[in-house]
Design a protein around this ligand. Structure first.
Ligand SMILES: N[C@@H](CCC(=O)N[C@@H](CS)C(=O)NCC(=O)O)C(=O)O
Length: 266
């Protein structure tokens, strides 16, 4: 039995759900949504299996695995008899892993920075002070904690925002270059690289940022292709995003500043 600890709008959870739906695996959902500061939603022994205390966490018959990209690789390996999300050749497998590595090499942290600067900072400032203090006391990733502090205080003036936007600008341009002559990021079918990275287009689109990368025509077409898949409907659309309205509103307000930073020279 597969169980997934997750919540609706988490990008890391969305990519795992995309993998589960592409592979048509049955799984049980356990919602743990700490992102608004409700640190106590975690089961008591959560940190034992997942030192950072973040979601997603997979439970496969008692085998507990954190880290979304590792979960995806594990699922494709453990359920290899059905549809595979790993390309056939070793070169394509290596390319897939290079794309996925970008996530842990800065892209996921950059996405968090953009999110906190545009919207999460308001949730944290508006919430009960004791609850937020407890949330940060229990946050074990010290870098995440100190970045959050800067981003919550400074918002759109945070020095971390421009490098984070640059990281996405560069990533999207690299993806577009590859997709100019290829339908998928690696190999001739959808792979773990595609399901891993598409969630950031979903996230930045929720902040109304999509006009910024429209010249990346092949990237835009790739995003549309993935959004048309049944897996995307089940894994992303159907789970929704309880913060969608607020993201849109704060995204609209931030757009001019975000656009200026996006277009400014590095
Ligand atoms: N490297 C981890 C990152 C996981 C992560 O950042 N999870 C976020 C959601 S995308 C989370 O648990 N947020 C809850 C919180 O902020 O308290 C992975 O890929 O699984």
């Amino acid at each position: 039995m597969l169980k997934l600890y997750h919540y609706d709008r988490s990008t890391a959870a969305q990519r795992v759900r995309l993998g589960l739906e592409e592979k048509e695996l049955e799984w049980e959902s356990i919602i743990v949504d700490t992102a608004m500061g409700d640190a106590d939603q975690r089961p008591d022994n959560f940190h034992e299996f997942n030192p950072k205390g973040l979601i997603p966490l997979l439970d496969h018959n008692g085998f507990m695995l954190p880290e979304s990209t590792l979960i995806l690789e594990y699922l494709d390996d453990a359920f290899s008899e059905g549809k595979t999300l790993t390309p056939a050749t070793c070169q394509d497998r290596a390319r897939m892993k290079l794309w996925m590595r970008k996530i842990d090499d800065g892209i996921h942290v950059a996405s968090r920075t953009i999110g906190v600067c545009i919207v999460n900072r308001y949730y944290y400032k508006e919430a009960d002070t004791k609850k937020i203090a407890d949330y940060y006391n229990k946050m074990r990733d010290q870098t995440r904690k100190s970045n959050d502090k800067i981003n919550t205080e400074m918002g759109l003036d945070s020095p971390l925002l421009k490098p984070s936007l640059n990281a996405f600008k560069k990533l999207f341009s690299e993806m577009n270059d590859h997709l100019t002559n290829n339908k998928w990021l690696s190999g001739d079918a959808i792979s773990l690289a595609d399901v891993s990275l598409v969630v950031y287009l979903t996230r930045l689109t929720s902040f109304q940022m999509s006009p910024l990368w429209q010249e990346n025509k092949f990237l835009v077409e790739w995003f549309e292709r993935i959004k048309d898949r049944k897996s995307y409907r089940l894994a992303v659309d159907d789970w929704g995003d309880i913060t969608a309205e607020r993201r849109q509103k704060e995204g609209d307000k931030a757009f001019d500043k975000i656009k200026a930073l996006w277009n400014e020279d590095e």
